[in-house]
Design a protein around this ligand. Structure first.
Ligand code: SF4
Length: 274
């Protein structure tokens, strides 16, 4: 955190928590060091509306935020867009699943996390992405020939637009196993429930594949991240923002991804009567 100057004294930091071990560990560490860092914390949680999953994880987030004296703000897909992720996935399934559940989930969650961080006047949005997450995301984008996606986010973002709260990732260079071990040693517990949509995720396949290679080559994830950093340095992206015609947020096209997808879901439900 100090080396990369993730925070500066006086920062108000929104910490994205899901109720999983990674984000709870991040919340624990930031609450432990908040005085030394001189930052003010507020935890933010997005309820996607995944029945049988999110409600259990949310309880864990509420319990630990209370225990560590951090205010928790909750928003939801239902509140922000008018539908739950379960309803989005149903619509996508009926239309042949051209967008995977995790992609839709990511678009809406990123949008709402930024929105809630903006509303709270946060200077930074801290997320618990770790080394494994970053290596997986880089390989997924490489597989999909999505050259620009991996250039967008590093350990710390510059403020690319006044309506985008810069993201910081304190666990960027930390392997998932170390975060898990730390959580275990500090008895940070998260209910063992898995998101039902993980089976549709390419990330899950990449994750298993990387873990398998790691058995033979313990440094592989660090090298994947090093390659990402190298390419990011070579291909500096020039951000060219437009304004979403619906919500007014920064966007690469006429509509931002969240509005584009939510229009699609709304149109599906307006054509159907159940
Ligand atoms: Fe969302 Fe996919 Fe994670 Fe489930 S597994 S919470 S759908 S990103």
């Amino acid at each position: 955190m100090e080396k990369f100057k993730l925070f500066k004294p006086g920062d108000r930091v929104a910490v994205a928590v899901s109720g999983g071990k990674d984000s709870l560990t991040l919340l624990y560490l930031l609450s432990k060091y908040r005085d030394r860092l001189g930052v003010e914390l507020v935890a933010v949680l997005v309820d996607e509306g995944i029945s049988g999953y999110r409600e259990y994880k949310q309880l864990a987030a509420e319990k630990y935020a209370r225990a560590w004296g951090v205010r928790l703000c909750v928003t939801s897909f239902k509140e922000g867009f008018g539908f739950t992720l379960d309803e989005v996935v149903f619509a996508l399934m009926m239309e042949g699943l051209s967008v995977k559940p995790c992609s839709a989930c990511g678009v809406f969650r990123r949008y709402l996390l930024n929105r809630i961080a903006l509303d709270l006047g946060a200077d930074k949005l801290a997320t618990a992405h770790n080394l494994d997450d970053e290596a997986q995301a880089f390989l997924m984008n490489a597989i999909q020939a999505n050259l620009t996606a991996f250039l967008k986010e590093g350990i710390v973002d510059i403020k690319a637009h006044e309506l985008l709260v810069p993201r910081v990732k304190p666990f960027y260079f930390t392997p998932e196993k170390e975060v898990m071990t730390y959580a275990l040693l500090h008895t940070i517990e998260s209910p063992y429930v898995e998101c039902p949509y993980i089976v549709y995720s390419i990330r899950n396949v990449v994750r298993r594949w990387l873990n398998y290679i790691e058995l033979e080559d313990p440094m592989v994830k660090y090298r994947v991240l090093a390659l990402k950093e190298l390419l990011t340095g070579i291909c500096k992206e020039v951000s060219d923002f437009r304004t979403c015609k619906i919500c007014g947020m920064p966007s690469s096209g006429d509509l931002c991804k969240a509005c584009e997808l939510s229009e699609r879901v709304r149109s599906f439900y307006s054509r159907k009567s159940f």
